[in-house]
Structures are given as C-alpha cells and as structure tokens.
Design a protein around this ligand. Structure first.
Ligand SMILES: Nc1ncnc2c1ncn2[C@@H]1O[C@H](COP(=O)(O)OP(=O)(O)OP(=O)(O)O)[C@@H](O)[C@H]1O
Ligand SMILES: [Mg+2]
Length: 325
C-alpha cells in the first residue's frame, strides 16, 4: 500500500530580509549566506494509512515548516512530497486533507456554528449539508451547548476543539494538526487525545506535531523526532526511548543510613527518606552488584527500575551534544 504522506529530501531554506548591523560607526550589511536559515533539511519520511503519526521536536525544529509545505501554504526549496500518492498541490488530495494550523485565526463575533458554516461554504459544501455537518461536528467535539456562543467567549480548549471540528468539515482521509494540544490543561489535552484516537477508529490517518512527549506517548503509532531541521529518529516511541536507559533506580528498606554511605562513591545519587533509600546508578552491572550486596545485608527490595530517557532529556542531550561539537 502506498504511504498516505511521503516526503523525499524535503528541504526549506528561508531567506531573511537584508540585515543591517551597526557596530558603533561601522555599518555592516550581512552577506546572503548569513541571511539564510535552513529550517528543514532533507526530510525523508512516510506516514502509513490509518496510523497516528507524531512529528516531535522542540521549538524551531521545523515542524510547522513541514506541515505548511504539505498543506501547500509554503513551497519547499528542494525535495518533494506526496499526499495520497498525489504530488503537492493536487486538488483531489487537497479535498481529502483537513488542517488545524498552529495559530488559527478565529472570527471573534461568529458563533461556533456560524464559524463552521462559514468554513463549510469555503469548502463548497451545500448550505443544508453545511448546517448538518456543523452541528454533527460541534456534538463530536463536545461543543453542542456552546454552538450559539460567540467565539470570543470560548476558552482556549474550546477554541482548539472548534478548530479541530473545522479541520474535519470536509470529512478528510488525512488530518494534519499543528500542535493540537498546545496551551491546554490536562483535561483539555485528554479531550483532544481522545478525539485523535477516535479519528483513527474511523480509519483516518492523523499526522500531528507536538513538543510534548506525553501528548505523543499515549496516541502515536510512530513518531519522527526533528531537531534543528533534521530528522534524528523515526519509529515507535517506546523503541526509540527505551533504547536509551538513563539510569537504574534501586529502592530498598531496612538498611541504616550509615551503612548506605559506602555506596555513595559508586552511585550517582543516594536519597534517604524515612526507612526507605533510593540509590541511583548509571550502569546496569553496577546497579546489579549494589543490589545484591544490599540484599546480602538483609535489605528488603522495594523496586528496581530502569528509568528510560524522557523526550525532554533527549532534546537537552542533543543541545549539549551540539554545543560540545
Ligand atoms: N517565515 C520565516 N522566515 C524565516 N525563518 C523562519 C520562517 N518561519 C520559520 N522560520 C525559522 O525556521 C525554523 C523552523 O521553524 P518552525 O516554525 O518550522 O519550527 P517549529 O518546530 O514549528 O517550532 P515551534 O515548536 O516553536 O512551533 C526556525 O528556526 C524559525 O525561526
Ligand atoms: Mg510550530
């Protein structure tokens, strides 16, 4: 089966306006090479039919750039992409795409229902059908009671949900969402997550961006990790991060604090609280050795956890790596 979204060598170089810099009395116009920013570099990826695919990366990684290229809002400098097997800009493919932009502009004075009907008109949906779809989608995203309320009275979470309803107006096969959970509280995040999971059940393909691990962790079949415009990793999130166990946490009970001191030099950290002690060690063999000595001394094992790296730590490690390079 052909991928639903496929990019090959996708590259975007933004050219900034002339930048005149003054150093005291010296005026410098920066050379063209200094004025270019590589926002996306040789991105190859493919999203399969029916999957929820997460495009993850910190601020400035190139997520929005990628999604805007796919939506035909901006053009790539190099490379190509296909949606539903069709080249970028194809009308039929566009008719099967839904999009929630990063900063959707909302018409404050329209009600939720009017807003959706207005977009339905832009899609060319006949008026009777427009009204029917607007109501069905308001119901689906949990805004039935707010249908006749002006958008200026909507909370951030409600706006994000009406934006999602807008992205679904044309009953698209592929839904592209740019940071659908940004700025939402835990309840709002969960609501959007459940809606995304529901889309997969309907057989839609969802391609969304996020910079927050937990948003992706619970829903994504696969993720791509972008950093500085480059694809750093691709696959199942559990495989990507479990490959990088950061440290081992040993929690034991029944060892006097004075006895614990002997492991302090070998451990990364030793934390004592009431009658429990947590010993954190980086290397697995060292962790196992410490554990067996503790048990030899009569300690009761409470837990032994390999702690895998979080996405946040992964990003931070990338930043440090680049700084040291
Ligand atoms: N119109 C533009 N002109 C110049 N540079 C731009 C433009 N749009 C984006 N960039 C730069 O391209 C890089 C990637 O930006 P992009 O918006 O794609 O990142 P992002 O991953 O979506 O980040 P965020 O999490 O902050 O939304 C950044 O360095 C950004 O400053
Ligand atoms: Mg963005």
């Amino acid at each position: 089966m052909a991928p639903v979204v496929e990019t090959v060598g996708l590259t975007k170089i933004y050219t900034l306006d002339f930048l005149d810099v003054e150093y005291g009395r010296l005026k410098v116009r920066l050379r063209p090479s200094r004025r270019q920013r590589v926002a996306l570099k040789d991105l190859d990826l493919s999203v399969e039919e029916g999957e929820i695919f997460g495009l993850l990366g910190p601020n400035g990684a190139g997520k929005t750039t990628t999604l805007k290229i796919l939506m035909g809002i901006i053009f790539p400098t190099r490379g190509s992409a296909k949606i539903l097997g069709r080249p970028l800009g194809d009308k039929w493919a566009k008719a099967n795409l839904g999009f929630l932009p990063e900063n959707p502009y909302f018409y404050d004075y329209l009600t939720g229902r009017e807003f959706l009907k207005y977009y339905g008109q832009l899609y060319g949906i006949p008026w009777r059908e427009r009204a029917r779809r607007a109501d069905a989608l308001l119901e689906k995203v949990g805004l039935r009671d707010a249908a006749n309320l002006p958008l200026k009275g909507y909370s951030k979470g409600m706006l994000q949900r009406v934006g999602l309803a807008q992205a679904l107006l044309n009953d698209p096969r592929v839904v592209i969402l740019d940071e659908p959970q940004s700025g939402l509280d835990p309840i709002g995040r969960k609501e959007i997550r459940d809606l995304i999971l529901g889309l997969r059940e309907e057989g839609k393909t969802v391609f969304f961006s996020s910079h927050i691990l937990s948003d992706a962790e619970m829903v994504c079949d696969r993720v791509a990790i972008l950093y500085g415009g480059e694809l750093k990793n691709l696959g199942k999130l559990s495989d990507l991060l479990s490959a990088r166990i950061k440290e081992y946490e040993i929690v034991v009970r029944g060892i006097p604090p004075a006895v614990l001191e002997q492991w302090r030099p070998r451990a990364d950290r030793v934390l004592v609280q009431k009658d429990e002690a947590m010993i954190i060690v980086r290397r697995e063999n060292e962790a196992r050795e410490i554990l067996s000595s503790l048990q030899g001394l009569g300690a009761t094992l409470v837990s032994f956890n390999p702690r895998r790296e979080t996405l946040e730590e992964y990003f931070i490690a990338q930043v440090r790596g680049e700084a040291n390079a």
